[in-house]
Design a binder for this molecule. Sequence first.
Ligand code: MN
Length: 496
Amino acid sequence: MIDLKKLEVWFVTGSQDLYGKETLEAVAEHSATITAYLDQAPEIPVRVVYKPTVKSADEIFAVMQAANIESNCIGVIAWMHTFSPAKMWIGGLKILKKPLLHFHTQFNRDIPWASMDMDFMNLNQSAHGDREFGFIMSRMRINRKVVVGHWQDHESLNKINGWIRAAAGWNDWQGAKFARFGDNMRNVAVTEGDKVEAEIKFGYSVNTYGVGDLAAVIDAVSESAIDQVIAEYEDSYTLVPALQKGGAQHSSLRDAAKIEIGIQTFLENGNFKGFTTTFEDLHGIVQLPGIAAQRLMAKGYGFAGEGDWKTAALVRAMKVMGSGLKGGNSFMEDYTYHFHPDNRMVLGAHMLEICESIADAKPNCEIHPLGIGGKADPVRLVFNSGPGPALNASIVDMGNRFRLLVNEVMAVTPFNQLPNLPVARVLWKPYPNMHTGCAAWILAGGAHHTCYSQNLSSEHLEDFAEMAGIEYLLIGKETQLYQFKNELRWNEAFYK
Ligand code: MN
């Protein structure tokens, strides 16, 4: 359900008429060469489309207007090969609604020492042309990404790739719909928030649907559809004997499959990109959706428990951003700590709903009682998640603004078995260390719910926050608590 290849970014080169035919032909040729290079680069997950050089305020306005209208266009890359007087850009930049990347590159990598003359100088002017362009965007307070480097440099391509992935997530949110089955978990604060403001700021809508309406769709699921999903379960997971055909609780597995199909049908019928559930409102549904939520996340839907729509939407955006990359993205909760002085770490899990995209091996499919909610025992996938760099991201509503908080972590292999823990789990060490990482998170008001990512970097999320125009806070290797506390105070003033 996520296909980045149908998306495109536009490569727009600025210049002016002063230069004359010969120079402008060279500009066009060089721009086309760079565009073609980006378009075929394995690092770049979308199409990169060449646009003719813009040389006047009218041409700039027209290309920005067209970018706004083209639904597959998720952003604009701008480059000033020559000098493009930036007052010409005001009108176009004012109306541009798509993310902008300023690629501060130069066609020639090296100075041609022996042959360099004034013709060369007349053509290769991005060192100053891009400064003029940078000024007008700073003057207009426009958020944008600046990537500096030669266009054939792997590092430049990686930066552009990261921005494109953030833009794809941003594009996916525009007009997206998320369904809440039931409301919030009662009395919980951090999962609440201003859904009207979120729609204004983020472009997605969140609406509640009666659990009875979902139960009716689940009830209508056919036996043959359930048979098909049971076959998928048998192929993909190691089923405990009780859940296997002929097992004492096989009927619970069929109930779980029925719930999964019912929710997916509901989401498809309403064109939703994600959903939330809450164990306090399951009227007419026999189990809390466990394996259903896990598998729907793996299919690309956003999800979070207890009515947490902000995290559900974030999980969806991060799945789009990470599409095609090795590793996964999942709803997550900081659950329990290991405070041993030599090996401090966090165990992340949830009651049930961790996405199998982060599993390190074939998951077990198990059934256990759930001591909360008063429903039948729910079926769930149980697995460990592999070691390596990862991060947790959380969006909280601070009342006057949304805050995106990211903590870089290092996931570690569990050094002991957890034979009695009936849920999927991840172990990680927060950066810069357990004490500072957790203290900073708590001081920033970060939620217990997050999206856990194995394949996105904090830079993806920083770019994403810039596109959304929201506050971004990073807890990483360099974080010092006194500086972080000052950052919180300064941001408080900035967003007043
Ligand atoms: Mn929770």
